[in-house]
Write a protein that binds this ligand. Structure first.
Ligand code: NAD
Length: 706
């Protein structure tokens, strides 16, 4: 492999070229290469100025996250950048594409910055519970002032060229030239005009003394609630305080120490795991998606209900031409209206302009007959959850779809293979399991069945990515990965309600753990009747009268959730205010006594443990069966589709954090306390615990079983 950093000569200007695909991440090899290149250029008497350039599609997109698992290896980025800034020759950054994190810190250490119009400059470290520890917290306030620096580092967003120019972070726009050519021209001009070096470190922070006393405490007090408890946000504030108070070098040391503290925090480790897991979730599929996906221009969506209309909206907004089909004219009308209101609200939120909204509407057409899908490249079926009804649609699609069209079903639980067989072209069939609301939720489970052609999977993955969503390939089991695990999680909360825990206490405990919403509130939102019909289709469901008995009972009493005004809670007034309903508690108590379930005292710790460890145990079973391909995939699914707290990295990462042996011990404890029926550990969990292995790092061997 060639060296990731080289020095090229352009007359009396040295161009330091970083070339470390795909995004010039600042790995140890890049840092060492940079350090040597700076020495070389600085020492060479023929060199009068230095241009720093990133080859490829980015200047430098940040740290190499995999290296952050280990203590830092020399040279540290902060030292490389200090050396760069100290150069006696003008250093010009040739910025283009991603200039993020460590890349942005490198840009600040250069004396002059020139940028192209595709610039994306920012400090996203906070999103991984980190801070810019290589000089960002010390240089940025000197360049843009305290308030703006905090906005950038705590907000974690990025600036385009115009914003960066007006903030004073870019000195020169490249115009039509590429970044390197423009930076070279700028360097020549600097030499000709005899402009000397200009270091951020020598600047005085504009607000100085006053800022320290007033601005930072005020800023801290005005933070949104979610940011206030964040260790990384607090460390950013403290590092900017240090930048105001201490000499440059000392402030740099302080920031580096704060960075190391954040680096080893469980939150940052969890977020880094998820970041890498999401990028790897397509696995080999991601690579083949680029290579073998069939071209998709026209998408057909069958069923204009809740899901179909959301999917159609997402596809039209992503630029596909969409035909939405529904057998019922009134349902089609309502579906088209829903798509329109999704587009309207995107305009209102400023996500798309009015012109783009008109183009989205023009890309979408509603029809009543499947025959209109004869030229679609991909057809996504989203009709009611009935095997027979779906098979009828697939049988028709098999006859009328063009050769090579990919046929996808959005079923949440049914056997994709059985649905696909009806089409007579099983190789073209995949599952594409979207989550509700489909235009918002980022996750799509892509279900591979025995006969699915790799190109069909690759096509589904590629389209998912074009929708701005994350696709995870899963095997064909009842409920696939996400919903199958949800049954284990839900089973325990239902049992605990029969044991005497009130529905609201279950929700509160799991929200305290960090779930976005408690499971009973989620049930009320989705509609409890949906679960009843889905469970009915599950042939191997546990033969246990207590299994999801509380949900079934509520549906029997007409309590379907929010849509009927009552479910686990009651919903009062026009704004549907959620209230605890004593009637539910009474219903559950009577049912528990009818079933002879003994009442127990259940502590909050047990509520959380039983739900979460049941989830983990089921995840381990799915991994072993090859239904989930990796522990990381499970974490991506649960954090993006089910509101699992990202700060815990997903259920499998959380299991590793707690310790697999500890989880085994607790499974044993609940086996004693509530009976062995559901509390036998997954063999994989036992094996990994015994061998000191990891669930989040586990990859199932070979193809998923179908
Ligand atoms: P829905 O009842 O809102 O919509 C179904 C639509 O399909 C209706 O408009 C109906 O008129 C139409 N339809 C029925 N038979 C048809 C046929 N033969 N041809 C054309 N149109 C037909 O249902 P939904 O909630 O949108 O769910 C659709 C699918 O998505 C189901 O398989 C469901 O399991 C799955 N799903 C739902 C959710 C969710 O949260 N609602 C989440 C993920 C997946």
């Amino acid at each position: 492999m060639s060296a990731p950093v080289r020095v090229e000569s352009a007359g009396d200007i040295a161009v330091i070229v970083v070339e470390s695909p795909p995004v010039n991440a600042l790995s140890q090899a890049v840092r060492a290469g940079l350090s040597a290149a700076i020495e070389q250029a600085d020492r060479d008497p023929a060199v009068r100025a230095i241009v720093l350039h990133g080859a490829g599609k980015a200047f430098m997109a940040g740290a190499d996250l995999r290296e952050l698992e280990e203590p830092p290896k020399a040279p540290l980025l902060k030292d490389v950048l200090t050396r760069l800034e100290s150069s006696a020759k003008p250093v010009i950054a040739a910025l283009h594409g991603a200039v993020l994190g460590g890349g942005a810190e490198a840009a600040l250490a250069c004396h002059f910055r020139c940028a192209t119009s595709d610039l994306q400059l920012g400090f996203p470290e906070v999103k991984l519970a980190l801070l810019p520890g290589a000089g960002g917290t010390v240089r940025l306030p000197r360049l843009v002032g305290v308030k703006k620096a905090l906005d950038l580092m705590i907000g974690g967003g990025s600036l385009g060229l115009q914003e960066a120019l007006s903030a004073g972070l870019v000195d020169r726009a490249a115009g039509d030239e590429d970044a390197r050519t423009a930076a070279l021209a700028y360097a020549r001009e600097i030499l000709e005009r005899g402009i000397g070096v200009r270091r951020a470190r020598d600047r005085v922070i504009p607000e100085s003394g006053q800022a320290k006393r007033v601005l930072i405490p005020e800023y801290r007090a005005a933070l949104p609630r979610a940011a206030r408890g964040s260790q990384a946000v607090e460390r950013i504030l403290q590092s900017v305080e240090a930048a105001l108070e201490l000499p440059f070098e000392a402030a740099l040391e302080q920031a580096q120490a704060a960075f190391q503290e954040c680096r080893i925090s469980s939150e940052s480790r969890a977020l880094r795991h998820l970041f890498l897991a999401e990028r790897g979730s397509g696995g080999e599929g991601a690579k083949s998606a680029r290579d073998t996906a069939r071209p998709v221009v026209r998408i057909g969506v069958v069923g204009a209900g809740t899901m179909g209309s959301g999917i159609a909206a997402a596809c039209a907004q992503a630029g596909f031409s969409v035909v939405l089909v529904d057998a019922a004219p009134a349902a089609l009308e309502a579906g088209l209206r829903r798509v329109q209101s999704i587009t309207d609200s995107a305009v209102k939120k400023g996500r798309i302009g009015p012109e783009e909204a008109r183009a989205v509407a023009a890309r979408l057409r509603g029809v009543g007959d499947l025959a209109a899908l004869c030229d679609a490249d991909l057809i996504i079926e989203a009709i009611i959850e009935s095997l027979a009804a779906k098979q009828t649609v697939f049988e028709q699609l098999g006859r009328l779809a063009k050769p090579g069209a990919v046929l996808a079903t959005n079923t949440s639980t049914l056997d994709v293979e059985a649905i696909g067989r009806a089409s007579g072209r099983a190789a073209d069939v995949v599952g594409m399991h979207f989550f509700s609301p489909a235009h918002v939720m980022r996750l799509v489970e892509i279900v591979r069945v025995r006969d699915s052609a790799p190109e069909a999977i690759a096509t589904a993955l590629a389209v998912t990515r074009r929708l701005g969503k994350t696709g995870v390939i899963v095997g064909n089991a009842f409920g696939f990965v996400g919903n199958r695990m949800l049954y284990a999680y839900g089973r325990e909360k239902e049992l605990m309600m029969l044991e005497g825990v009130e529905p609201s206490r279950i929700d509160q405990a799991l929200e305290n753990f960090g779930m976005a919403m408690g499971p009973n509130a989620v049930g009320d939102l989705a509609g409890l009747d949906i679960g009843v019909s889905a469970r009915r289709e599950w042939k191997e469901r546990p033969d246990d009268p207590r299994f999801f008995r509380v949900s079934d009972l509520l549906v029997e009493h007409g309590r379907l959730g929010q849509k009927s005004g009552a479910g686990f809670y009651r919903y009062v007034g026009p704004e549907r205010r959620r209230e605890i309903d004593p009637e539910v508690v009474e219903l559950i108590r009577a049912e528990a006594s009818r079933l002879g379930v003994p009442r127990r005292d259940v502590a909050e710790e047990e509520i959380i443990a039983r739900c979460i460890y049941a989830l983990i145990n089921e995840g381990a079973r799915l991994l072993e069966a090859g239904i989930a391909r990796s522990g990381a995939d499970i974490d991506v699914i649960w954090c993006n589709g089910y509101g699992f707290p990202k700060s815990r990295g997903g259920p499998m990462f959380h299991a590793d954090t707690v310790g697999l042996s500890q989880i085994l011990r607790l499974i044993g404890r609940y086996r004693e306390a509530v009976g062995p029926r559901y509390w036998s550990p997954a063999p994989l969990l036992e094996r990994l615990a015994g061998a000191g292995g990891s669930l989040s790092g586990y990859r199932a061997g070979g193809q998923p079983a179908t």
